[in-house]
Write a protein that binds this ligand. Structure first.
Ligand code: ARG
Length: 466
């Protein structure tokens, strides 16, 4: 037997030589999983209380463990904790420190559990809180959009399909379309949170433990809905990480679409909105530039989270049950996804509601693209012309308008009647942008009255969620 190094590691019993230095660094995770220290301590406290109740620990042992863990939590929060990569991860760093502080009682904490159920518990506790923070930012962003929608219900913007002017819209309606995306994102987050709130602790390494543990007790203390029903599944399951990241990727896909529209709208070619200077930056060479960098970075952030999603799916693919060390690789993408989502939501919840619409420019653009052509066709249908014929009649009128450089609303009655004798003086009511909007007065339509109804509905929902 070779001489054993006086290693700090907690599992060296069966080893006869020290870990290779590179391997030690390569396998360590404490530099990133230390982020879980509060959850880890919380789980350990619940476990210690339960072990004492079950008669596995004495009450003095329990009390000394609890006091020691509370001190360690302080120490870490203050930045005084001696993190060591030789102790691998957050779990063993804390456990070793506990033993250093309180002696042999510390060595009993790990009775009846494994790092496999410990890490699965820690990450679920962490993500549960992270989703609360994300939901709060989603709600703040939603509120901002709803208020903007209310202020701008009567503001007219061209609506696009194929990025060609299609039909006029209420700008408030457009803001509420963004709001709807965020409502679904919130639902996905809350749904993911519901499903992850099941407790793995007590599954131990994979098969459960021979100690008389009380999982209902730790479950209640940690605020989980129930203990997991299968120890094998619950130490190997990382669905919550994939599911959360999928919900995050969809959320960031939404914010990237919003970002893209704002980038277009602030471009001088559109010139539909102004962003307050505090959200923009300039160019080091072109003095005239005011760039929508926040929106561009938000658009770009989508890439890394999409990458994390693919990374996590690939990480889990084909893994045999139960725990495999591969799973250590779930943390960095997961943490980065949480950070990225929170940053993006914070940026947009601040910036988007501060957008200043340039109403005249939007209005002029909506007038330019024959955006009431559908209204003219609908008018002809109401006068008895079959829709297909009406479509062709209006097409001819638009062609004439393009050739002459004149909008439908600006053609005189005789000209319009040249295309169809079904057209009367009342046609001008439908050819205006305001008339076009007001006509779409049904649930989900863009009429300003409907937009205000939706604003009221959204406000009631937001008040309920507060
Ligand atoms: N650090 C590991 C992880 O992040 C948890 C430890 C389990 N390690 C082990 N050798 N069983 O998943």
């Amino acid at each position: 037997m070779t001489d054993k190094d006086t290693s700090q590691q907690l599992w060296t019993g069966r080893f006869t030589e020290a870990t290779d230095q590179f391997v030690e660094a390569f396998t360590a995770s404490e530099h990133f999983d230390r982020r879980l220290y509060r959850q880890d301590i919380r789980g350990s406290m619940a476990h210690a209380r339960m072990l004492a109740d079950a008669g596995v620990l004495t009450e003095p042992e329990r009390d000394s463990i609890l006091a020691g863990l509370a001190e360690i939590e302080q120490e870490i929060a203050q930045g005084d904790f001696p993190w060591s990569p030789a102790l691998e991860d957050v779990h063993m760093n804390i456990e070793q420190r506990l033993t250093d502080r309180i002696g042999d009682a510390g060595k009993k904490l790990h009775t009846g559990r494994s790092r496999n159920d410990q890490i699965a518990t820690d990450v679920r506790l962490y993500l549960r809180e992270a989703i609360d923070a994300i939901t709060a930012e989603l709600l703040r962003f939603q509120r901002g959009l709803v208020e903007l929608a209310d202020r701008e219900a009567d503001t007219i913007i061209p609506g696009f399909t194929h990025l060609q002017v299609a039909q006029p819209l209420s700008f408030g309606h457009h803001m509420l379309a963004w709001y709807e995306m965020l409502v679904r994102d919130q639902e996905r987050m809350e749904d993911c949170q519901r499903r992850l709130n099941v407790m793995p602790l007590g599954s131990a390494a994979l098969a459960g433990t021979s100690y008389p543990i009380d999982r209902a007790m730790t479950c209640a203390e940690l605020g989980f809905d129930r203990p997991s029903d299968n120890s094998l599944d619950s130490v190997s399951d990382r669905d919550f990480a994939m599911e959360f990241t999928a919900a995050a990727a969809i959320l960031l896909t939404h914010t990237s679409r919003m970002a893209e529209e704002m980038i277009l709208w602030t471009s001088p070619m559109f010139d539909f909105v102004d962003l307050p200077d505090r959200f923009c930056t300039g160019s080091s060479i072109m003095p005239q530039k005011k760039n929508p960098d926040v929106a561009e970075i938000v658009r770009g952030k989508t890439a890394r989270v999409n990458g994390h999603l693919v990374g996590l799916l690939t990480l889990m693919k084909s893994q045999p049950l139960a725990y495999n060390r591969d799973n250590q690789e779930d943390k960095e993408p997961l943490f980065d996804t949480v950070d990225t989502v929170l940053d993006v939501l914070r940026a947009f919840a601040d910036m988007v509601p501060a957008m200043e619409p340039k109403r005249d420019n939007m209005f002029a653009a909506a007038k330019k693209g024959f955006s009431t052509a559908t209204d003219l066709a609908d008018y002809l249908v109401r006068k008895g012309v079959p829709f297909r014929d009406a479509h062709a009649i209006v097409g001819a009128a638009v062609r004439h308008g393009v050739e002459q450089g004149v909008d439908l609303a600006d053609m005189d009655l005789a000209t319009l009647q040249g295309f169809s004798d079904a057209i009367g003086e009342d046609v001008y009511e439908v050819l205006t942008l305001e008339g076009s909007l007001a006509a779409r007065d049904h649930i989900g339509g863009t009429a300003p009255a409907q937009v205000r109804t939706q604003v009221r509905k959204a406000r009631e929902r937001l008040e309920r969620d507060e």
